[in-house]
Structure formats: structure tokens, C-alpha cells
Design a protein around this ligand. Structure first.
Ligand code: MSP
Length: 521
């Protein structure tokens, strides 16, 4: 458990060389759920995302489109901002690596590493993938039939680079990194990924080329503007730029660093779990608490690519299936950390069974009964039976504590599984208590059962807010929970719905997914 009430979480900053799709949406949604959860749980949260705009690949792509790199970056960066709006992302700040304060921060970090004696000038010769903006060693590449070389891990083409370059003494950090990993078993999650990092570092680290002098689209190296910084040293610094680095005593760095989570895809783990910690050690800056590497999404079993024409844009996702539904699906379907497949059939199945049938039906039938049988008022309740008490307990602080525990480990699917267990129990409770049959025989008991259900629904709506903010708000509006009573401190005992409050005519929150009519054409 984090002991202070500040929480800092970051997505990777997105390459302006790409465009938003479900892969990038996924990282943002996951971070957004964490940020919303923590805010509702009483934390002061900083949630950062943004765009990574320098490097050879961006310069080349801009040129191929007849644009200046900055003009191109402005355009694509805007797409990522739009993605945030479409997906309901509540980032506190959107950083761009072309921002002036970021340039200053990256140069300050460089100067620190230089002063430490960790940077030297030499000549780089080796393999480089422009697509990945990454250097590869001989044993990490293979030759294709046509003679071209590719990086085995990513399948992207590599080219031979020979140029003067500044180097960072990464090799000097091998032991310190291994020692740090040993002392911080939660530094990389999931565990399997941590083992990969450890074995890579144990295998020996080579010094890292950290500047280029054959193009100029980057942050100039202090005192040697013929060189621009390697895009990764520039990009990684974004996490502290936002907090006001190099001002280590300012509110940002003092209160929010080290970050609680850097959330990244598994493809960029090495940069975050090896290079970044080594830079930070060199600069005497504390290391982040956790780097969480999530898995990779395919679409209907295929790798997503422009050429395969299967890239799913966030807007299409939301237009076709709804925002909350998409957010729920991505976090529920696949354990965070595993690879996942985006299948339309699986999404529709979740929409209909988990959302429409399980949660939607619970809310709809309970509120309809209250509306029809209780004069549209939250009923008064009599003494609670053991079953009533068990139901209230399950959906109260117990549910909150479990969810909290799962989210500490970013285990979204477990959290949702447990919440849906409560929903299942609540539906079983409705069936067992059969309140519709009590109207004539025992209206007081009917009132108590419906009260318990309304209270369970209130708690459920509160806890699902981070994942499904719109649906949760609609439910809370219907049971008249005021906006200032929606934090998690209102879950469970001590805070209950008031009897006698008039509710709105119930409106379905999760419609069943019905296949749209085929186009006549
Ligand atoms: N610019 C770097 C990050 C620098 S952070 C200091 C970068 N950008 S990216 O746009 O290529 O990728 C951003 C994130 O999206 C990465 O975490 C990556 O893993 C994730 N995804 C991109 N495609 C993805 C899938 N198909 N599936 C899941 N996540 C994927 O890397």
C-alpha cells in the first residue's frame, strides 16, 4: 500500500509517427481507471500522457508527407488529444517533447549525467532500427532471404550505422541495477517480465549510444549542438519534466516523485526497466516504484497493421459499441500483462451477458419495482434478516477492500471478476427473495428487500465509476445520489440511501447489442 495520499501514474508518450488505435487506447484506459480509482479513494492524483515527437523516423515521415517535422508533430499530437476526449481519459496534463520546458529538463538531465562522468564521446557502429528507434546487438538480428536484416524481437528492418556519438556508461550500472532489482521485488510487474529484465541485465550491459549527429530533429546536446539526443533519453525525461525537473525541491518532484506506476507495453520494457533507472541513478534521482508491462493486442487473431487494414480507431470502437462497454471489455477480457485478442464476438458476448443481463438487469428490475410498487420512492426498511445483512456486507466495504487490493497490482480483471460475483449474488438474492410476490402478502418485507437491493446498486455504481464512468453516473443519478457523495468513502456501512427519496423513471443503462441491419448495398 502506498503510505502517502499522492499518486502519480504515466502512460508512455505516444509516437507521432503512429496514430491512435486500440493498442494505445488500452494503455490510456488502464491508466485512466487507476487515476479515477485513486481520486475517488481520496488521493491527490497526477496522471500524465502526451506525445513523443523527435527522432529520425518522425523526420522521415514528415518529409515523405511534404511537411516540416514540427508541423507534422502538431497534427498527429492533436489526434492523440482527440483520442483522450473520445475515450474519456482524465489525464491531468498532456506533454509534448517539443515543449520548451521539456527541452530544458532533458538538457538538465544530460548535464547531470555528464557531470557524473557517465557520458563520453566515441564512435558508434552497429545496427539500428529506425522504426523502433532502438539499437540492436548482433545476436538480436537475423538475415532475411533477400539479404536484408531485421530485429528478431520486433521484425523491423535494421540498418548499419556508423557515426560519432556520445555514450552513456550503462555497463557501469549492471551491478547496481541487479542490486536494486533484488531489493525491490515489485519494481517490474508482472513477475515473468521482471525475470526477463533481470536475465538480460545479468547477461551484461553495453554502453548506450545516446546522441546522433546525422540529422537534427531532436533536442540539441548541451554544448555540442552538432548532436541531438537519442530520442529515448529525451522521451523518458518527460516523466519528470511534468513535475518541474530540474527543480527537485518544487512541489511536483517533492510530492509526486517517485512515480507510482509507469505503465508501458511489453515492447518498451527494456527502456523503462533498464535504461531509465540507470539514468536516474546517475542523476541521483530516486527510481519509480513500479514499471508495469502490459501485453499486446491483436485483432481477430491478426497483428494490427495499416497494410492488413485492421487497425481499430478509438472513435470506431466507441461509435460501434459504446465507451463504457469498450473500456469494460478491454480490462475484463484479458489479465493485464497478458496478450489479448480483440474479437467482436467476445466484446458483444460481454456486452450482452455481463452488462445487459447481469448488471443492467439487476438495476432495471430493482428500480422498476421500486418505481411501480413503492410510489417511486426508496422504501423504508424493517429489520434486516441474515441474508439481507450478508448481501449488504458483501457489496459494502468488503467489495471496496478487494477492489483496492486488486488495483494495487493493476489486476483489473480480478477486480471486475469480484465485482461481478457480487452482481451475481445480488441477482440470486432477488430471485430467492422474489419481492414481486410480496406486494400483497408482506409489503413491509418487500420494502426491505428492495431497499437492500437499491443500496447494493448504489455501492456497485460507486465502485464501477472508474471503469464505466457514464453508466455509473446514470445509475447514481437515477437513485439520487448527489455528486458530492460519490467518493469511495461513501461505500458501505454508515452511508445509506435515504428512505422516502423519489427516484426517476428507470432508464435502461446497458442495452443489449443488436446487430445493425445489413446495408442495402
Ligand atoms: N514513444 C514510445 C514511448 C516513449 S515513453 C518514454 C512508444 N510509443 S508508441 O506510440 O509506439 O507506443 C505507445 C504504447 O502503446 C506502448 O506502450 C506500446 O506498447 C503500446 N501499444 C502499441 N501497440 C499496441 C498493441 N497492439 N497492443 C497493446 N499495446 C500496444 O513506444
Amino acid at each position: 500500500m502506498t503510505d502517502n495520499k499522492n499518486f502519480y501514474i504515466t502512460t508512455p508518450i505516444y509516437y507521432v509517427n503512429g496514430v491512435p488505435h486500440i493498442g494505445t487506447s488500452y494503455t490510456s484506459i488502464a491508466c485512466d481507471v487507476m487515476a479515477r480509482f485513486k481520486r475517488l479513494d481520496g488521493y491527490d492524483v497526477r496522471f500524465l500522457t502526451g506525445t513523443d515527437e523527435h527522432g529520425l523516423k518522425v523526420a522521415q515521415t514528415a518529409e515523405s508527407q511534404g511537411m516540416q517535422p514540427k508541423e507534422f508533430a502538431d497534427k498527429i499530437s492533436e489526434y492523440f488529444r482527440e483520442m483522450n476526449t473520445v475515450l474519456g481519459i482524465t489525464n491531468d496534463y498532456f506533454i509534448r517533447t517539443t515543449d520548451e520546458d521539456h527541452k530544458r529538463a532533458a538538457q538538465a538531465l544530460w548535464t547531470k549525467l555528464l557531470a557524473k562522468g557517465d557520458i563520453y564521446l566515441d564512435k558508434y557502429s552497429g545496427w539500428y532500427s529506425v522504426r523502433d528507434e532502438a539499437y540492436y546487438q548482433e545476436n538480436e538480428i537475423e538475415t532475411r532471404e533477400d539479404g536484408s536484416k531485421i530485429a528478431i524481437a520486433s521484425g523491423t528492418e535494421v540498418e548499419w550505422v556508423e557515426e560519432e556519438s556520445y555514450f552513456f556508461k550503462l555497463s557501469a550500472y549492471q551491478d547496481r541495477l541487479l542490486e536494486f532489482y533484488e531489493g525491490n521485488p515489485g519494481f517490474v510487474m508482472p513477475k515473468g517480465r521482471f525475470n526477463e529484465v533481470k536475465s538480460f541485465v545479468s547477461g551484461g550491459l553495453k554502453d548506450l549510444s545516446i546522441s546522433r549527429n546525422s540529422f537534427d530533429w531532436g533536442i540539441p546536446v548541451p554544448d555540442d549542438p552538432a548532436h541531438v539526443m537519442y530520442v529515448w533519453i529525451d522521451a523518458l525525461t518527460n516523466y519528470i519534466t511534468y513535475l518541474g525537473y530540474p527543480d527537485m525541491e518544487g512541489e511536483g518532484m517533492k510530492n509526486f516523485w517517485p512515480a507510482d506506476f509507469h505503465v508501458v507495453g511489453k515492447d518498451i520494457l527494456r527502456f523503462h526497466a533498464i535504461f531509465w533507472p540507470a539514468f536516474l541513478m546517475s542523476a541521483d534521482i530516486p527510481l519509480p516504484k513500479c514499471v508495469y508491462a502490459h501485453g499486446w493486442w491483436t485483432v481477430e487473431g491478426q497483428k494490427m497493421s495499416k497494410s492488413a487494414g485492421n487497425v481499430i480507431a478509438p472513435q470506431d470502437l466507441v461509435d460501434n459499441y459504446g465507451l463504457d462497454q469498450s473500456r469494460y471489455f478491454m480490462l475484463r477480457e484479458v489479465p493485464f500483462g497478458n496478450d489479448g485478442d480483440f474479437s467482436r464476438a467476445a466484446l458483444i458476448q460481454r456486452m450482452n451477458s455481463d452488462l445487459a443481463n447481469a448488471l443492467g438487469n439487476l438495476v432495471q428490475r430493482t428500480l422498476s419495482m421500486i418505481f411501480k410498487n413503492c410510489d417511486a420512492q426508496i422504501p423504508a426498511h424493517g429489520d434486516f434478516t441474515n441474508e439481507d445483512q450478508a448481501m449488504l456486507k458483501l457489496a459494502g466495504t468488503e467489495m471496496l477492500e478487494k477492489t483496492r487490493k486488486h488495483l494495487e497490482a493493476m489486476s483489473f480483471h480480478r477486480a471486475l471478476e469480484d465485482i461481478w460475483f457480487v452482481i451475481g449474488e445480488a441477482n440470486a438474492y432477488v430471485d430467492a427473495q422474489a419481492p414481486w410476490g410480496l406486494k400483497k402478502t408482506d409489503p413491509d418485507r418487500m420494502g426491505t428487500v428492495l431497499y437492500v437491493l437499491a443500496e447494493v446498486i448504489r455501492n456497485l455504481a460507486l465502485i464501477i465509476q472508474p471503469v464505466m464512468p457514464d453508466a455509473a453516473a446514470k445509475i447514481l443519478d437515477q437513485v439520487k445520489v448527489s455528486e458530492d457523495e460519490r467518493e469511495f468513502s461513501f461505500i458501505g456501512q454508515g452511508h445509506r440511501l435515504k428512505s422516502g427519496v423519489t427516484i426517476d423513471q428507470p432508464q435502461g443503462v446497458f442495452p443489449r447489442y443488436v446487430e445493425p441491419e445489413e446495408d442495402a448495398a
